[in-house]
Design a protein around this ligand. Structure first.
Ligand code: ZN
Length: 256
């Protein structure tokens, strides 16, 4: 490997040579779509609230009206966003047979909108909400209609109980099946592409370790430091969209 080649060129070579490639994405991949990373203080939706306080399972249980007052706005904002070039690049790689799966912490549905088929959403998705009592599940548009129709602003099941979004709230359990699936993918990956994540929050903080321990390589495309920088085969610090477009170009694949 020559030192004068760009990170994108080296990354393209690793993707071409790997048997199994898995992507792991975090909030940073959705920032170019206009969705702020809530850990960046004072941004967007989270400017006036402490997410740990409002998006908490205890708030949902104790005061669903307060929870949904906040969460309904969040749904509205997320629902209007569109995938960016980095989301589309991953869908393109999958269609080209060069990417097995995307594991994401994001709940914003942008990988789905971009066309990724094999997607593991370890923090759930805003795509649907479920009844805490009978388990009935409702799609996002229906949930929003039910919220508007309710006097207290709480979307309710046909049985009358509040609906809970199928996302992992603070204080919530992580989805066991999705985590087990993510672990298996990480263990089987020759190459893990970590994109837009600081790799500090469980479970994603643990997945690069699983890959490395199983003999895989890890590459990191994100702005800011991560705990895995020293062990990364390639480290890109630039804009995620530009970096992913450069990788596609180096592979000779046209973005859709
Ligand atoms: Zn119900």
């Amino acid at each position: 490997m020559s030192l004068d080649t760009s990170p994108a060129t080296r990354l393209a070579g690793l993707i071409r040579d790997a048997g199994s490639v898995v992507a792991l994405t975090g909030a940073g991949i959705s920032v170019p779509s206009g969705i702020p990373d809530f850990r960046s203080p004072g941004t967007g939706l989270w400017r006036n609230v402490n997410p740990m306080e409002v998006a908490h399972i205890d708030v949902f249980r104790r005061d669903p009206a307060r929870f949904w007052h906040f969460y309904g706005d969040r749904f509205q904002t997320l629902g209007d966003k569109e995938p960016n070039g980095a989301h589309r690049a991953l869908a393109t790689l999958e269609r080209a047979g060069l990417l097995d799966a995307v594991i994401t912490q994001n709940i914003d549905r942008l990988h789905v909108k971009a066309g990724t088929r094999n997607l593991i959403e370890v923090h759930g998705t805003i795509d649907h909400s479920s009844c805490v009592d009978c388990g009935a599940r409702y799609p996002l548009a229906d949930v929003r209609a039910r919220q508007r129709a309710d006097d207290a602003g709480v979307p309710r099941c046909d049985c009358g109980r509040p609906l809970k979004p199928d996302v992992v709230l603070f204080g919530d359990y992580l989805p066991v099946e999705a985590l087990a699936h993510a672990d298996r993918l990480a263990a089987g990956a020759d190459l893990m592409l970590c994109i837009g994540s600081s790799l500090e929050v469980y479970p994603v903080a643990h997945l690069p370790d699983v890959s490395l321990s199983a003999g895989g390589q890890v590459v990191i495309i994100t702005q800011g430091a991560t705990p895995f920088d020293a062990r990364a085969a390639v480290r890109c610090d630039g804009d995620v969209v530009q970096e992913m477009n450069a990788v596609l170009a180096a592979l000779g694949i046209d973005q859709r």
